[in-house]
Ligand binder design. Structure first.
Ligand SMILES: Cc1cc2nc3c(=O)[nH]c(=O)nc-3n(C[C@H](O)[C@H](O)[C@H](O)COP(=O)(O)O)c2cc1C
Length: 183
């Protein structure tokens, strides 16, 4: 199974990027996770959506090829960051590559409940007609809180409970994606 991981932070030391890279490596036996960051994605502009810049075409093509998407979102000012909204706006238009493609949302934060509001807003947007991405009913939120205490300096997760939680969640998501594909 091929999954794209879309990271909503362009910061070099991003915890969400760290989480995405960890999931890619740790669960490589379950799926191939292609981690995408958004620093080279231009601002969405309806004037050019049909003749989009190369960076947009490449980004959409990588999402289109994938069986599913895992979103890794920080929380900025009580919602998801603008870079993520920008990416969603591109994905929601013209060929609408997200429609029918399953999603899972994760978020890492130094606070206990950081990303809960951002994740709620992201799930709302996943229901919008241009995205229309199925996700697990009653989806619980994959919040990795106090993240700075759970990863070591090499990006390795040191918290056994979080590792076990991610293991269960990714198993359930793989099963969900297979069901969506009629397998
Ligand atoms: C502009 C800005 C707004 C933020 N707003 C929130 C917020 O509303 N809630 C929260 O829990 N953390 C907030 N934070 C803290 C971020 O969650 C924290 O910086 C996090 O590490 C960002 O994710 P990253 O490590 O993947 O870059 C904010 C940070 C920035 C820079």
């Amino acid at each position: 199974m091929k999954i794209v991981g879309i990271v909503g932070s362009v910061r070099k030391q991003s915890f969400n990027k760290m989480l995405a890279n960890y999931v890619a490596t740790r669960f490589a036996d379950k799926f191939e996770l292609d981690v995408l960051t958004l620093e080279d994605l231009p601002l969405y502009n309806q004037d050019i959506e049909n003749e989009a810049p190369q960076a947009v075409k490449q980004f959409k093509a990588r999402v289109a090829e994938a069986d599913a998407v895992i979103w890794f979102t920080p929380e900025y000012n009580g919602t998801m960051p603008g870079v993520l909204v920008n990416a969603i706006d591109w994905l929601s238009r013209v060929d609408k590559v997200m429609v029918g493609k399953p999603s899972l949302v994760m978020g890492a934060s130094m606070g206990a409940l950081g990303t809960v509001k951002a994740q709620g807003h992201l799930y709302d947007v996943l229901r919008s007609p241009g995205i229309d991405s199925p996700f697990l009913a009653g989806s619980y939120q994959v919040v990795v809180g106090s993240v700075h205490t759970k990863f070591d300096e090499n990006g390795q997760l040191t918290d056994a409970a979080t590792e076990q939680f991610l293991h269960v969640v990714t198993d359930q998501f793989v099963t969900f994606v297979q069901k969506q594909q009629g397998k």
